[in-house]
Design a protein around this ligand. Structure first.
Ligand code: MN
Length: 340
């Protein structure tokens, strides 16, 4: 009855299990070998990896386990992850929920979106801040963890299950993305899980997943960027007249900073009705954020960190600053402002 104290937690009487062993036992007790289980996810790498770890934990314990996604996978790295690791993800709709007996959620909480909200979950395993989502029989939520993949790695270890190379690769990628390679919030547990998975993962596949951020058509922007480039001392500038999103400008700015004696890369482009400027530098006694603020703060939003910054300027704010609305004129405007 010691649990009674926790009966007013946001998840009702489902107090947080004390150990992985206890959580695992409770999870297994809540499921039946006849159950058709659906694990729902909003598919980012941490969620995908966690779902497949959970599926592995349920092998031979339930009739079937399906990993259902509530939206299509779009990011190119994530598409590469799903393709190379051959992870079977099923797009899930409300009308197909009747095909399942039990519902589990990883890397999210029921009130995170309208789709999850409708589902009567048996268990939720997550690392987001605790939200008051009502009662769930088993809620293992650890907001201090860097990734849900870390929590699931601990479950696997508690169950004495050695993850396959595929699963280890997925989990290590989940941890790396959610902690931004340990540059963001993480704890010793994340490092420990990473270390445990390191020797089991396929690092060639992992590398391919991590570098796959380009579509074939993006290569045309590389050609354009290289043709339009201007180098002035340790600065490289380039401008793209029209791009679908700022993402490609970021990729190009990172790419151009690879040139060994270049200290600044400044990539601009027009996205819809906005001039976007991306700045990267080597971060050594320089401040991209301050520079970009000084250059473009008067025209639009501009700011960032020491080594990475961005400005977004509505073209209508440039009526006077850029008289002829040609790509060359915008390119010159950016160069002029950044060199003052
Ligand atoms: Mn996550």
């Amino acid at each position: 009855m010691a649990n009674k104290k926790n009966s007013h937690t946001p998840h009702g009487r489902s107090c947080r299990p004390r150990s992985r062993q206890e959580a695992l036992k409770r999870l297994y007790d809540l499921l039946n070998f006849k159950d058709r289980v659906l694990i729902t996810i909003d598919p980012d790498p941490d969620a995908i990896a966690s779902a497949f770890a959970l599926r592995r934990l349920l092998w031979r314990r339930v009739q079937s386990t399906t990993v259902g996604i509530i939206r299509p996978v779009k990011r190119l790295n994530n598409l590469t992850m799903v393709r190379l690791l051959k992870l079977p993800l099923v797009p899930i709709q409300e009308k197909s929920l009747g095909n399942y007996d039990k519902f589990l959620l990883v890397d999210g909480q029921p009130c995170h979106n309208d789709f999850f909200r409708k589902i009567p979950y048996t268990a939720v395993i997550d690392h987001h801040p605790l939200a008051a989502c009502g009662e769930i029989p088993l809620a293992d939520i650890r907001p201090d963890y860097g990734a849900t993949s870390t929590i699931l790695t601990e479950y696997l270890r508690a169950a004495r299950i050695h993850p396959s190379q595929t699963l280890a690769t997925a989990l290590i990628y989940g941890i790396k993305t959610d902690t931004q390679n340990f540059e963001r919030q993480s704890r010793e547990e994340d490092v420990r899980a990473f270390h445990y998975l390191f020797g089991k993962a396929n690092h060639n596949v992992l590398r391919k997943i991590e570098i796959s951020d380009l579509a074939l058509k993006d290569l045309n922007y590389f050609r354009e960027a290289l043709e339009n480039k201007t180098v002035s001392r340790d600065r490289i500038y380039t401008h793209l007249p029209k791009v679908p999103s700022a993402d490609i400008l970021v990729i190009l700015a990172d790419f151009l900073l690879k040139v060994h004696d270049i200290s600044w890369s400044i990539v601009s482009g027009v996205v819809g009705n906005t001039l976007v400027v991306i700045v990267r530098n080597d971060g050594y006694r320089k401040d991209a954020g301050k520079s970009i603020q000084k250059a473009f703060g008067a025209y639009g939003s501009a700011g960032g960190h020491k080594a990475a910054a961005r400005a977004e300027i509505p073209l209508e704010n440039l009526h006077e600053a850029v008289i002829r609305k040609t790509p060359l004129a915008y390119a010159r405007f950016v160069r002029r402002r950044m060199s003052t």
